[in-house]
Design a protein around this ligand. Structure first.
Ligand code: FAD
Length: 365
């Protein structure tokens, strides 16, 4: 980049922080404004609630698969070379039960549960589990090496990498997307600042955007001190269509996330007690190694119960340009349940769109 450009990023979740970091690495002058920042736990801030693992659900040949592939390379580099990022390798075990076919979870995980998903070529040690080694209720399973992120370390890590590159941070709640320009300290006029919208589900109500194709996919979790030997993902549950079984141990003492739910259209922030009991029961059934020999759910040591709302978007995540009230806006939101595993691919595309819009402005001068 020959010229420094001014960019205001709205949002400090994984999307906003990754985009701000990549923009700053390209030499742009970046300011971030957000209602919530790393360290906060809030129903309007999804990123701290995530697992967060690399478990692609994208269909082959789609731009989502491309985002996942780009992100794999960077997460792998961070895991092997940057211990302070708070990511570690963990084996993944997927279990498919034919009776779950057509359920909400089986549809969501359809690529993940295939005999040979597209990502089998990029993740290490992908293999089929011999039938004799599967639990009796399981028809097919795979095992491979993946990565699990501890958001309590990783989000502050991204923030610190931004600070190192002179990104400025401000707390603020916008009512209209165009207000973002006022938060850039070098603001002179609307036309010389690009805005990147990384507000997640906030884009449902944010004026200038008000995207009604957004909907929450509510994820209730139980975070425990127990350790799991691997990430476990099951194609469905016997407890209802919108309940899910997954288990993952976060890096560096981040605890183990027991999931969960995938409840579309449900905005409720309060953990439901009965759901939590079912989550714990399923976790111990599928992963008895979580607790001591002979123990049941009473062997689980709960850190906290939580609910996060995945920013699901009908028609797919939105990474595109738009001019709103004279402001050049690039959107990067709506990643649903894949905001971490697609983060670098999505952010790279957003950066490319910002630079494209700046080139057009320069060409007009
Ligand atoms: P958010 O994290 O919600 O950030 C939005 C930001 O915008 C916040 O800073 C907020 O304050 C700000 N904002 C919003 N509105 C305004 C406004 N009007 N003014 C100012 N600021 C505003 N993904 C994976 O890849 N792997 C996983 O294993 C995984 N597991 C998950 C498990 C659960 C239980 C959940 C809930 C999610 C999981 N996800 C996972 C999905 C992932 O967490 C999300 O896709 C991702 O966090 C979305 O990030 P975001 O930055 O777009 O949104």
């Amino acid at each position: 980049m020959s010229e420094k450009s001014k960019v205001a990023v709205v949002g400090a979740g994984v999307a906003g922080l990754t985009t701000a970091l990549l923009l700053s690495k390209r030499g742009h002058s970046v300011a971030v404004v957000a209602k919530h920042m790393p360290g906060d736990y809030d129903i309007e801030y999804t990123s701290p609630w995530a697992g967060a693992s690399y478990l692609p659900v994208s269909a082959p040949g789609t731009r989502e698969a491309e985002w996942d592939q780009i992100t794999f390379a960077e997460l792998y580099r961070l895991t092997t070379q940057v211990p302070e990022a708070g990511i570690h390798f963990q084996d993944v075990i997927t279990y498919r039960r034919e009776k779950d076919k057509g359920s909400v979870t089986a549809d969501w995980f359809s690529e993940l549960l295939k005999e040979r998903p597209w990502f089998a070529n990029i993740v290490p040690e992908f293999r089929t589990i011999p039938k004799a080694d599967l639990p009796p209720s399981v028809d097919f399973g795979t095992r491979w090496k993946s990565m699990c992120i501890n958001p309590a370390i990783y989000l502050p890590y991204l923030l610190s990498q931004c600070l190192k590159r002179q990104v400025r941070f401000r707390r603020g709640t916008l009512t209209h997307i165009c207000e973002a320009v006022n938060f850039h300290p070098e603001y002179t006029s609307c036309s010389d600042i690009a805005v990147v919208n990384c507000t997640g589900l906030g884009s449902y109500t944010l004026s200038g955007v008000t995207d009604s194709s957004l909907t929450p996919a509510r994820g209730q979790i139980v975070l425990v001190r127990n350790t799991a030997p691997a990430i476990i993902e099951v194609s469905g549950t016997d407890d209802g269509e919108d309940e899910v079984t997954y288990i993952m141990t976060r890096a560096a003492g981040g605890g183990t996330v027991l999931g969960g739910t995938y409840q579309k259209g449900n905005w409720s922030s309060a953990p439901d007690e009965a759901t939590a009991e079912r989550i714990k029961k399923r976790a111990v059934e599928w992963c008895p190694e979580l607790v001591g020999k002979g123990e049941g759910v009473e062997g689980l040591d709960v850190i906290r119960h939580g609910v996060g709302l995945r920013p699901l978007r009908v028609g797919g995540a939105r990474v595109e340009r738009e001019v709103i009230g004279g402001a050049r806006v690039v959107h990067n939101y709506g990643a649903g349940g894949f905001g971490y595993q697609a983060s670098y691919g999505m952010a790279e595309e957003a950066v490319r769109l910002v630079e494209e819009s700046l080139e057009e402005v320069k060409a007009r001068l």
